[in-house]
Design a protein around this ligand. Structure first.
Ligand code: THU
Length: 164
């Protein structure tokens, strides 16, 4: 039996320390929490995604009385970008969450489903997607979404599944 560890590289910044282009994206993500439709969780998440051509595509969580029918902020932004700006690489994705009258202290942590979608877009575009996770007491930056999802299942994994 062997034990091994998988590590992730995360850069932790204060808001003031963030490079200006990252801070701008964080500000857009924070603004987008206001457009969230989150009457059930009261947890409003905003996302801002910068594409290779400089366009910023925004998203926020959209809930539904039939709970699984809702969608997270990150996926609304990524799917909107893919649908409306096909072929444009997704360079940087910033996320912020607002609940109980304030933005979260801890950097917001994307769910597994959103991480899976980030990794697949990153693979398709063959360049890394930087992810910025905002919190009032610290903001995390990962230079590739794969830092958030090591040992992930990707389209290549399907080939192995078929025994190819
Ligand atoms: N949510 C997001 O939109 N993004 C995240 O990273 C975490 C969770 C949403 C889903 C749901 O509408 C609400 O937050 C509570 O889980």
């Amino acid at each position: 039996m062997n034990t091994f560890q998988i590590s992730a590289t995360i850069q932790a910044y204060s808001y003031d320390e963030l490079p200006e282009d990252y801070r701008e994206l964080v500000d857009r993500a924070k603004e987008m929490t206001k457009a969230a439709y989150s009457p059930y969780s009261r947890f409003s998440v905003g996302a801002a995604l910068r594409l290779a051509d400089g366009t910023i595509v925004r998203g926020c969580n959209q809930e539904n009385a039939a709970y699984p029918s809702g969608l997270c902020a990150e996926r609304t932004a990524m799917f909107a970008a893919s649908a409306n700006h096909p072929g444009q690489a997704m360079r940087v994705l910033a996320i912020a969450a607002y609940t109980d009258g304030h933005f979260t202290k801890e950097p917001v942590s994307p769910c597994g489903g959103c991480r899976q979608v980030m990794v697949e877009f990153e693979d398709r575009q063959k360049e890394p997607m930087t992810v910025i996770l905002y919190g009032t007491e610290g903001t995390y930056v990962v230079k590739s979404s794969k830092e958030l999802m090591p040992f992930c299942f990707v389209s290549e994994s399907l080939k192995g599944a078929k025994g190819n």
